[in-house]
Design a protein around this ligand. Structure first.
Ligand code: CAA
Length: 486
């Protein structure tokens, strides 16, 4: 490690990955469900809990404290990745952050994160590139692509690039988006001959189209979403990108006719909420299986609708087929072994937007007891960002037993069980959701001082104050001051 290699056949990919989530969370089957049942389920608390836990797939959602934002979450994840990998931060030549909830309209959030890394490790890193990539939840995938291609083109000047996905997902209270919120960051070190995941060259496929499924107009703190439509756009774009990936991957691996589930042992999806991964698996594999007689004949006994010739023409026929497939033992077993291990963290954290796909990767690593068994296995990564773009790519695990240090699941333990998590009351959650308040409602929230933290920051980065000076000597109105709090 730590030196520039010149081998033209080298692999490029992810050397280390680390997750950081706020310690505060809302338990969606507790007081929150009591408070929201009148709005969402005509007062029926059990119905709401069933829908959120089973129908949507989330149990808890992470909520940032007043001193946390996308920049502190990113910096915390970055510090963990650097420490877990045991590298010198001065060996990082590129810091790229994917986010759709940045902290400034102009400055790259990566520059704020860089400053925090420099202060934490007491180093100077002046010769790095530090861009921000924004395209809803797919921004970090584009950041990863740029970092990987920099190494492939041998344009890197240092052995590592740092790619971070960070977001705070926020919808208006009392809307159907509310129970799909979350917050967190995932940091990945990218290099040549990576220890964790070698990314396959010449296989990735991207699809983009101008869409209105989900967006956040300037000035709004919460997303505007057309929920059901956003699911349709996700499925359409993802299916197209998966088809194109398959064409390239079959050629690259010399496996004509192979299905995606034959090329990859695990399928990792962008997870806005865990059921979405199931909808996507049903669409992509449901199509692959019904078009392949080698497997169709095995499934038809349990799923007779697999032979329905109207599926491509009639959305109702497709829905009926996917429902029957979803209930089959064949699909349940496939899902439990191939996809469920990548969803366990998301069930406890919620949507972290640009980091959700990479949280799925961490989740697979956390929930696989024998991580060494993953070595040599190929995984497919299916990324999606509203607005809308999908990118499907794949990679092969190298030495996951040594390259991944489990920490994410332990971070989710409650304080009383020796962990750091703290459950929020609805009152505190709503206060944090609304952000800092001013007397004068015309002042934008970004110029206000952070509200009082629920838990004083400890051993973490915190937004300590927002600049308010405008004088001949110094202007820092709205500049965000971050400090490491002991
Ligand atoms: N027990 C079990 N299941 C139940 C239930 C109960 N008591 N009550 C309802 N359900 C089931 C429903 O049958 C349904 O399942 P099926 O689809 O299998 O029928 C499921 O729960 C969801 O219920 P609804 O259809 O009533 O959906 P909803 O009104 O709760 O809305 C949502 C769900 C559209 C996802 C909404 O939460 C939302 O708008 N979220 C934000 C947008 C989003 O995440 N979009 C995803 C694609 S876009 C993207 O991926 C980018 C991104 O990150 C935002």
């Amino acid at each position: 490690m730590g030196h520039l290699k010149q081998d033209s056949k080298k692999s490029v990919g992810i050397d280390a990955i680390a997750v950081h989530v706020p310690r505060l969370y809302v338990d969606l089957s507790g007081e929150w469900a009591q408070a929201r049942a009148a709005t969402f389920s005509e007062g029926d608390v059990a119905q709401l809990v069933g829908k959120v836990k089973k129908g949507v797939g989330v149990e808890h959602m992470a909520v940032p404290d007043a001193h946390e934002d996308s920049a502190t979450l990113a910096a915390m994840a970055a510090v963990k990745a650097i420490q877990n990998a045991g590298i010198d931060p001065k060996d990082i030549g590129y810091v790229a952050v994917g986010t759709e909830t940045t902290v400034d309209q102009s400055k790259s959030i990566a520059a704020y994160v860089l400053g925090m890394i420099e202060r934490r490790f007491n180093v100077q890193m002046p010769d790095v590139g530090a861009p921000q990539f924004q395209f809803a939840c797919i921004g970090a995938t584009y950041a990863l692509e740029a970092a990987v291609n920099m190494f492939r083109a041998e344009e890197h000047t240092k052995p590592y690039a740092l790619v971070i996905a960070t977001d705070v997902s926020k919808y208006p209270l009392l809307t159907a988006g509310e129970y799909t919120q979350g917050a967190g960051a995932v940091a990945m070190l990218v290099c040549e001959n990576p220890r964790l995941l070698a990314i396959d060259p010449k296989t990735a496929a991207t699809v983009t189209r101008d869409e209105r499924d989900f967006f956040r107009p300037n000035g709004l703190q919460t997303a505007v979403v057309d929920g059901k439509y956003s699911i349709d756009v996700y499925l359409d774009c993802m299916t197209l990108a998966a088809d194109r990936y398959l064409e390239r991957a079959r050629a690259a691996f010399n496996k004509p006719g192979a299905r995606i589930d034959e090329l990859a042992s695990h399928l990792l999806f962008h997870v806005p909420f865990p059921r979405m991964a199931e909808y996507a698996a049903l669409r992509i594999l449901g199509d692959a299986w019904r078009k392949d007689s080698r497997i169709k004949d095995e499934i038809v006994r349990e799923v007779p609708l697999i032979t329905d010739t109207n599926i491509d023409k009639d959305p109702k026929a497709r829905k009926a087929y996917e429902k029957q497939l979803a209930d089959s033992a064949f699909f349940r077993h496939f899902f439990a072994t191939t996809i469920e291990p990548s969803l366990t963290l998301s069930r406890k954290i919620g949507n972290i937007y640009s980091g959700s796909l990479y949280l799925a990767l961490a989740s697979l690593l956390e929930s696989t007891e024998n991580r060494a068994s993953l070595a040599g296995q190929r995984i497919a990564l299916l990324s999606y960002g509203s607005g809308a773009s999908a990118r499907v790519f794949s990679g092969t695990f190298v030495d996951p037993a040594h390259a991944y240090i489990p920490h994410a699941a332990t971070d989710l333990k409650n304080e009383q069980d020796g962990g750091r998590r703290v459950a929020l009351s609805v009152k505190d959650y709503e206060r944090l959701h609304s952000g800092p308040k001013s007397e004068d409602s015309t002042t934008p929230g970004s110029l206000l001082q952070p509200a009082e933290s629920l838990r004083a920051p400890k051993n973490e980065f915190a937004l300590t104050r927002v600049g308010a000076e405008q004088s001949a000597q110094k202007t820092d109105t709205g500049y965000r001051y971050y400090e490491w709090m002991k």
